[in-house]
Design a protein around this ligand. Structure first.
Ligand code: FES
Length: 68
């Protein structure tokens, strides 16, 4: 099912982006896919899909400390 008709992005692609990018940052993922960059009507549904998938996918916490 299409989430973003303007860009031809499916729900499956949004879910895969969450998993493959190991991120749950909606802004980052939607921007990378181009979702919401045209008419913008898809953003709410895309974010819902993204949040659902994030809840199912454990996200590894990156160690950003600067240990030396
Ligand atoms: S449906 Fe996604 S930008 Fe128009």
């Amino acid at each position: 099912m299409y989430v973003c008709i303007c860009k031809g992005i499916t729900e499956k692609q949004v879910r895969e982006a969450v998993t493959s990018r190991n991120s749950n940052n909606p802004k980052e993922i939607l921007k990378a896919l181009g979702v919401g960059t045209d008419c913008g009507t898809c953003v709410e549904d895309a974010v819902k899909t993204l949040i659902e998938q994030s809840a199912r996918t454990p996200i590894e916490m990156k160690d950003t400390s600067n240990k030396s």
